[in-house]
Design a protein around this ligand. Structure first.
Ligand code: XMP
Length: 519
């Protein structure tokens, strides 16, 4: 396997729900790390990966079960620092000669307090008071530590909450330092990587240099095409590839007529005029809106848009001479293999919704320069590349665009009304300084007209719904608790400024059971 040139830390994943958080804590410390499922970490893998340190994650299994997961024994002979967490701690103890028991009195779930026992560098900055809050989630516990280990912290149900064999640089904790509920947890990771001698060489500046060199080597003098949506991932990928190969990159911005107010001009203007990228503005509004005419079923609408998008992208891409590569903004969470207990590791690779399937169809190879990055790192890289803050902090916008915010039949007239209302709403959110607190906000135009009164006249216009949610990853979401004052002011502005709307409602559904979009 090819590796980047940074110092590497390996996280062996035993299936914990929070393993990704370990990686994020380490990346925040400028340490490059990768997560690999335990099934893949063979002796040969370890030798090839050559980690500078290893962390063993938590996991749902019990080490007391015959055939439960283990780290390769060779790991403990490599002379590198190892930190075991929860299940990782228990397998480490078992493999090194200690004992783990399950049964009555061994479980501990939720908040717990650890009290110290002696001094340990891993705990620098801990125990300013006589105890530290930690998050426990274990059914079994270590009943006998392995030879060479010493106890440095205990909790009511974990007599060996923190142990270490300092001479070998082996550390083991029963709790989860990576979660929010272990308030001082980041400090443990900081101490661990310092003890392991990491220099903190993983910075976005360094990544930019390395990624550019890698793109140049991969692409050579071929041409790259990129579907630019104006979202953070495709924008950062395009800016990076452009820096690497300049005019060998052509971006295609598909304008399906379902974009927000001035969106096409802003995206094309920024990339073409300010950043000098070669951007094809595919003005295909008539095609998309024509095919959508008369369609009101959500899935049919999505399918029409998805298929046309591929057709259109392919048409423009075919016109680009020598295109051999397709750029995609795939991120690290999309490529981490998850631990599966039903056989081999299961691969969860999410294909980009818009261009999935295209590489094979067109015989293109993929360039995925963000594959090693978390979303917050993509934003940091975008800033490093000089993309404006307004682009980097943008709310997500779905590929099918306004189509899924216009339940029922789509007409140009309704889209125009929706665009104006949405612009007023987002303007309100920005003016009140709320944009960055909200994951995503938009207006949906409802397929219903209602009666109102304006001045002395009767109106019969569309109703709309405002949507604003908080979320971490879009998988679950909560509605944003606007003040009544904000909602009232926004409703008044929309009704006054947007002809065609005479009623405004606020959607207070969380996800689940709702979804963020209306279709
Ligand atoms: P839902 O509505 O499923 O949306 O709760 C979750 C997140 O995904 C976005 N979304 C999409 N993004 N293509 C996309 O690129 C799509 O087809 C699509 N559908 C939903 C949505 O905006 C939200 O951020």
């Amino acid at each position: 396997m090819e590796h980047n040139t940074h110092e590497r830390l390996l996280i062996i994943d035993f299936g914990s729900q929070v393993t990704q958080l370990i990686a994020r804590r380490l990346r925040e410390l400028n340490v490059y790390c990768e997560i690999h499922p335990y099934q893949n970490v063979t002796d040969a893998f370890l030798a090839d990966f050559a980690p500078k340190a290893v962390i063993l994650s938590g996991g749902p299994d019990s080490v007391t079960r015959e055939g439960s997961p283990r780290a390769p024994d060779s790991l403990f002979g490599m002379g590198i620092p190892v930190l075991g967490i929860c299940y990782g701690q228990q397998t480490m103890m078992t493999q090194l000669g200690g004992k783990v028991v399950s049964g009555e009195g061994t479980a501990e779930f939720g908040r717990a307090f650890v009290t110290p026992q002696g001094k340990l560098q891993l705990l620098d900055g801990w125990f300013a008071t006589d105890k530290e809050q930690v998050w426990m989630s274990h059914g079994d516990h270590v009943s006998e530590i392995a030879p060479g280990f010493v106890v440095y912290g205990t909790s009511p149900n974990a007599p060996y909450a923190i142990t270490a064999d300092v001479a070998r640089n082996f550390y083991a904790v029963q709790f989860h330092p990576e979660v929010h509920h272990t308030p001082n947890g980041a400090k443990l990771y900081e101490n661990f990587v310092r003890l392991a001698g990491f220099s903190g060489d993983w910075t976005m500046g360094a990544y930019r240099e390395q990624a550019i060199a890698a793109i140049r080597e991969q692409v050579g003098d071929s041409h790259v095409i990129c579907a630019l949506s104006g979202g953070v991932d495709s924008s950062v990928a395009a800016a990076l590839i452009h820096e690497a190969v300049g005019d060998q990159l052509t971006c295609v911005f598909v304008d399906h007529g379902l974009l927000r107010l001035n969106e096409a001009e802003e995206v094309v203007g920024m990339f073409r005029d300010h950043m000098n990228l070669h951007v094809i503005h595919a003005e295909e509004q008539d095609l998309f809106l024509g095919e959508l005419e008369g369609q009101s079923d959500p899935e049919t609408k999505r399918k029409i848009i998805g298929k046309l998008f591929i057709d259109v992208f392919q048409k423009y891409a075919n016109g680009i001479d020598g295109a051999k590569f397709l750029a995609q903004g795939t991120l690290y969470p999309d490529v981490i293999e998850s631990v599966s207990f039903s056989g081999g590791p299961s691969v969860t690779i999410k294909s980009h919704h818009n261009v999935g399937g295209l590489p094979e169809k067109m015989g293109l190879k993929l360039v995925e320069p963000l594959r090693e990055l978390f979303k917050d790192e993509v934003r940091a890289l975008g800033r490093e590349l000089g993309l404006p803050a307004s682009f980097i902090g943008r709310h997500p916008f779905p590929g099918p665009g306004l189509a899924i915010r216009c339940p029922g039949e789509i007409t140009r007239a309704k889209l125009d009304i929706l665009r104006k209302a949405d612009a007023v709403y987002i303007d309100q959110i920005r003016k009140h300084g709320l944009y960055d607190d909200i994951w995503q906000a938009f207006v949906a135009i409802l397929p219903v007209r209602t009666v109102g009164v304006m001045g002395d006249g009767r109106t019969y216009d569309y109703a709309c719904a405002l949507r604003a949610v908080t979320s971490v990853d879009g998988m679950t979401a909560d509605y944003y608790p606007f003040s009544h004052e904000f909602l009232g002011e926004t409703a008044t502005r929309i009704i006054n400024e947007v002809p065609g709307i005479n009623r405004v409602t606020y959607d207070i559904t969380s996800k689940p059971p709702g979804t963020i979009e209306w279709e």
